[in-house]
Design a protein around this ligand. Structure first.
Ligand code: LMR
Length: 309
C-alpha cells in the first residue's frame, strides 16, 4: 500500500511517523513545498527504523507530485495553522487555495485515491477538496471526530482516574465550537458515563472538549500535532487494512440526519472503499437542535468559500 502525506509540518510529519512505526503502509511519501523539508523529515523517520524496528519506507519530495503517483490514500495537512486569537475559520482565505492546488495534483497523479483532509477549517476544506476533485463522497473525508473524541476521552479518563483505553465516545457536527459530543453514547467499559460522573463535571468536560484545539493554541502559540497526526493515521489504517472501524468522520451528507449538501462529522464505517456506510443515530430533540446549529455554522463558512470562488 502506498500512502502520501501532503505537508511536512508538525501534523504531516507526525502522521508519517505513526504510519511508518506502526507499519500501516509499506511506502509512505511525504511531500512539502519547502525545499528539503520533506526529504529531511522522511530521512529522519527512516533512520529511526532500526531503533523502533519497522520496515515501512519513507520517501520525501519537494513539490514533485510524480513521486506520489498511484497512492492508495492521501492525507492533506497543508496550509497554515492558527495563532492565538484566531478561529479555524479565519484560515479559509489562505488554506482554500492551498487545498485546491494540492487536490488538483492528487486528481492528476492518483485519480483512484481516497483523500483524508486535515487542513482547517476542516469541514470546509473537505468541501473544497470535494469541489476540486469531484471524487465520490465515499473517497473524500475529513479528520476531526477522532481527534475531538480523543480529547473528550482523555479528559474523562483523567477525571475518573481510569485508563483512556476503556473510554468509548461518539460525537457529531463540525470541527468547531459547535461540535456535538454525545454523553448518551459515552461508556467506560460498557458502563454509561453518566453513572460514573456527576452532571456538572461532565458538562465542564464537554465544554472543554469543544474548545480543546484552542486550549492548545493558547498554550503553544500554534496548533496541536501529536493527536491530530495520530488520528489521521488511524483513519488510514482502518482503510488500508479494511478494518471497518466505526469513527466520527467529516463526510458529505446527502439526506442523512435530514441534512443535505453539507460536510459534517457523523459516525461512519471506514474500510477499503473509504466511507463504507454512514450510521444514522436516533437523536433526541435537544441533540437534533445542537446538530442543526452546527450545520448552520459550517454552512456559513461553506458559503464564504463559494463566494471566494
Ligand atoms: C485541532 O483541533 O487541534 C486542530 O483543528 C488545530 C486547531 O487549530 O485547533
Amino acid at each position: 500500500m502506498k500512502v502520501t502525506v501532503v505537508g511536512a509540518g508538525n501534523v504531516g510529519a507526525t502522521c508519517a511517523d505513526v504510519l511508518a512505526y506502526r507499519e500501516i503502509a509499506n511506502e509512505i511519501v511525504l511531500l512539502d513545498i519547502k525545499e528539503g523539508l520533506a526529504e529531511g523529515k522522511s530521512l529522519d523517520i527512516w533512520q529511526k527504523a532500526p531503533i523502533d524496528l519497522y520496515d515501512s519506507r519513507t520517501i520525501g519530495a519537494t513539490n514533485d507530485y510524480a513521486r506520489t503517483a498511484n497512492s492508495d490514500v492521501i492525507v492533506i495537512t497543508s496550509g497554515l495553522p492558527r495563532k492565538p486569537g484566531m478561529s479555524r475559520d479565519d484560515l479559509i482565505g489562505t488554506n482554500a487555495g492551498i487545498v485546491k492546488s494540492v487536490t488538483e495534483n492528487i486528481v492528476k497523479y492518483s485519480p483512484e485515491s481516497i483523500i483524508i483532509v486535515v487542513s482547517n477549517p476542516l469541514d470546509v476544506m473537505t468541501y473544497q477538496a470535494h469541489i476540486t476533485s469531484k471524487f465520490p463522497r465515499t473517497r473524500i473525508m475529513g479528520m476531526a471526530g477522532i481527534l475531538d473524541t480523543a480529547r473528550y476521552r482523555a479528559f474523562l479518563a483523567e477525571a475518573l482516574n481510569v485508563s483512556p483505553k476503556d473510554i468509548q465516545a461518539m460525537l457529531l457536527g463540525g470541527h468547531g465550537d459547535t461540535m456535538v459530543p454525545l454523553p448518551r453514547y459515552t461508556t467506560v467499559s460498557g458502563i454509561p458515563v453518566t453513572e460514573l460522573i456527576d452532571k456538572d463535571k461532565l458538562h465542564a468536560i464537554l465544554e472543554r472538549t469543544k474548545v480543546g484545539g484552542g486550549e492548545l493554541v493558547k498554550l503553544m502559540g500554534t496548533s496541536a500535532w501529536y493527536a491530530p497526526g495520530s488520528a489521521a493515521a488511524q483513519m488510514v489504517e482502518s482503510i488500508v487494512r479494511d478494518q471497518r472501524r466505526i469513527f466520527p468522520v467529516c463526510v458529505k451528507l446527502e439526506g442523512e440526519y435530514g441534512i443535505k449538501d453539507c460536510y459534517l462529522g457523523v459516525p461512519v464505517v471506514l474500510g477499503k472503499n473509504g466511507i463504507e456506510r454512514i450510521i444514522e443515530l436516533d437523536l433526541t430533540q435537544e441533540e437534533k437542535a445542537l446538530l442543526e446549529a452546527s450545520r448552520k455554522a459550517v454552512r456559513e463558512v461553506m458559503d464564504v468559500l463559494e463566494r471566494l470562488g
